[in-house]
Design a protein around this ligand. Structure first.
Ligand code: ATP
Ligand code: MG
Length: 220
């Protein structure tokens, strides 16, 4: 069964002249990495927010495991089924790096004594040192913050990872590391990974490359 499917989905922002997403039908399956490329303003971030249940389609249907998002408890869906890596990182400024990664796990009921070692392992996996884990996000570089945001998104057990330019601030080595992490989550653990990217390295590493243009989605 497809994890996420879109059936003829259109989304038009209030007061907008034309649709940001136009008649998109697509199935996103478990165990695969999808890359979505396309020019600025073509509707990529809008498509991700529809997949995340942050917006509901103006027309058509988004379904998770065959069930329309309209009938789901969307807060729960977002908390338990979706991890999102945003274009802006949305780290909590008054929590340390380590606390930023522990916090969503604790929200989902993981005991602090279990959350901490898991957060440390995730942060080490993206190349953040023990010393950096004790800092506030404002005391990190842009690329380091981005890696913390990625570690945080991996902390939940959500099966779907949505990334909006997750490697946008990273150099070649760190980009490759994130690609390796996302590919192994999909291929070894069965996650469904959907990434919007301008990075050709990421698009080439994906199992399926898609292109958006004027709100329409096609195989690249
Ligand atoms: N809140 C909003 N209200 C009205 N129009 C919006 C809003 N957000 C986005 N749009 C418009 O919808 C279209 C698609 O925007 P979207 O952010 O999805 O593009 P994108 O492909 O993610 O672009 P980028 O690569 O620059 O991030 C654009 O024309 C944009 O101006
Ligand atoms: Mg965007």
């Amino acid at each position: 069964m497809a994890t996420l499917s879109l059936e003829n989905v259109t989304y038009t922002y209030k007061n907008a002249q034309k649709a940001a997403v136009l008649g998109v039908s697509c199935r996103f399956e478990e165990g695969k990495v999808y890359a979505i490329v396309g020019p600025s303003g073509s509707g990529k971030s809008t498509l991700l927010s529809l997949l995340a249940g942050l917006d509901l389609p103006t027309d058509g249907e988004v379904a998770f495991d065959g069930e329309s998002l309209v009938g789901l408890d969307l807060d729960r869906y977002r908390r338990e089924s979706i991890s999102m890596i945003f274009q802006a990182f949305h780290l909590f400024p008054l929590l340390t790096v380590l606390e930023n990664v522990c916090f969503p796990m604790e929200l989902c009921g993981v005991a602090p004594k279990d959350a901490r070692p898991r957060a440390e392992a995730l942060l080490e996996g993206v190349g953040i040192t023990k010393e950096q884990m004790g800092r506030f996000p404002s005391k990190l570089s842009g690329g380091e913050r981005q890696r913390v945001a990625i570690a945080r998104s991996l902390a939940s057990n959500a099966r779907i990872i949505l990334g909006d330019e997750p490697t946008g601030n990273l150099d070649g080595a760190n980009t490759q590391n994130i690609i390796d992490i996302l590919c192994s989550l999909a291929h070894e653990k069965g996650y469904c990974v959907i990434i919007v990217t301008h990075d050709m390295e990421v698009a080439e590493a994906a199992d399926v490359a898609l292109r958006m243009r004027d709100g329409e989605l096609r195989l690249a």
